[in-house]
Design a protein around this ligand. Structure first.
Ligand code: ZN
Length: 289
């Protein structure tokens, strides 16, 4: 694994419009690529590819994968593994529009908490969509995850996971930690780190990772108090987790959907007074691992 690129950093629902374009309006999606997947700044369809969440950002990922290296036959298309945190719309609504779903010989594994599998099938069927999930052209396999565990996808790539409870996300939300040859990314979103025991679990999970991508939906203070119990953090909670877990870089993620670029920049300036290596997640972000 050589790099992570963010394809969607917005939370709750997409945010179209010029005033959101800088940090992007697409909802949750991160992708992890192999070294050779980049050529002149563009992505090549070489894999395997690991994706975290299938918000509308996954549609841009599918479009970016349109370039196949010369001479590669369709049956040799690399496998794609998609891991879902939970089934709220901002984390799944791009999946039916992910271009590789319509490639007949593409193998795609979709990982989600085991008890959520029947609900995903319900979401992805007529009359909500023209095709039932079982009818898509790709070789799509649903894989149920236990409460915690590890998937060794390649000798050099591991995805660890653990489900935690979160307010307003009553079925729980899965945290992920992707380990590459030179670094680790912890992805913790939609888990409101308000209870000390939940903060402690998240801290242990993210401990020592180079990069933490963390829900920081609300401003601290009044805005957070108006949304306490909605299942999302304020900026201070994300900063606290980053400090306690000792991560190198914090990416503020799951941007509030009405927050304009200029407002996000003010929030970043505020966060920079607390730590140096804090950034805004956006589709421009690429992190080498
Ligand atoms: Zn969300």
């Amino acid at each position: 694994m050589a790099f992570m690129r963010i394809f969607g950093a917005r939370g709750t629902h997409p945010a179209p419009g010029a005033e959101f374009a800088g940090y992007g309006g697409e909802t949750a999606c991160l992708a992890f690529f192999a070294d050779e997947a980049e050529e002149d700044g563009r992505l090549l369809d070489v894999g395997p590819l690991v994706v975290l969440d299938g918000g509308t950002g996954v549609i841009s990922l599918g479009a970016a994968l349109a370039r196949t290296p010369k001479g590669r036959a369709p049956e040799r298309r690399p496998e794609i593994s998609i891991f879902l945190t939970h089934l709220h719309y901002d984390h799944i609504s791009g999946l039916p529009f992910f271009a590789p779903i319509y490639q007949p010989k593409r193998r795609i594994k979709l990982y989600l908490a085991e008890d959520m599998v029947p609900y995903l099938r319900q979401y992805w069927q007529r009359p909500f969509f023209p095709l039932n999930i079982a009818e898509v052209p790709a070789d799509l396999q649903l894989v149920g995850l236990a409460e915690a565990g590890e998937e060794q996808l390649l000798p050099e790539l591991t995805v660890k996971y653990r489900r935690l409870p979160s307010p307003a996300h009553l079925d729980g939300v899965v945290m992920y930690r992707v380990t590459g040859p030179r670094g680790e990314v912890a992805y913790i979103t939609d888990i409101e780190l308000v209870a000390p025991e939940i903060m402690a679990e998240a801290t242990a999970f993210a401990k020592g990772a180079e990069v933490l991508v963390c829900d920081a939906t609300y401003m601290s203070g009044e805005e957070y108090e108006q949304h306490r119990g909605w299942g999302h953090n304020n900026i201070d909670m994300a900063l606290t987790l980053a400090a306690e877990a000792g991560v190198r870089d914090l990416y503020l993620f799951h941007h509030e959907p009405t927050r304009r670029d200029a407002e996000l920049e003010l929030i970043l300036a505020l966060a920079k007074t607390r730590r140096e290596r804090v950034f805004l997640a956006s589709p421009a972000v690429q992190v080498y691992l």
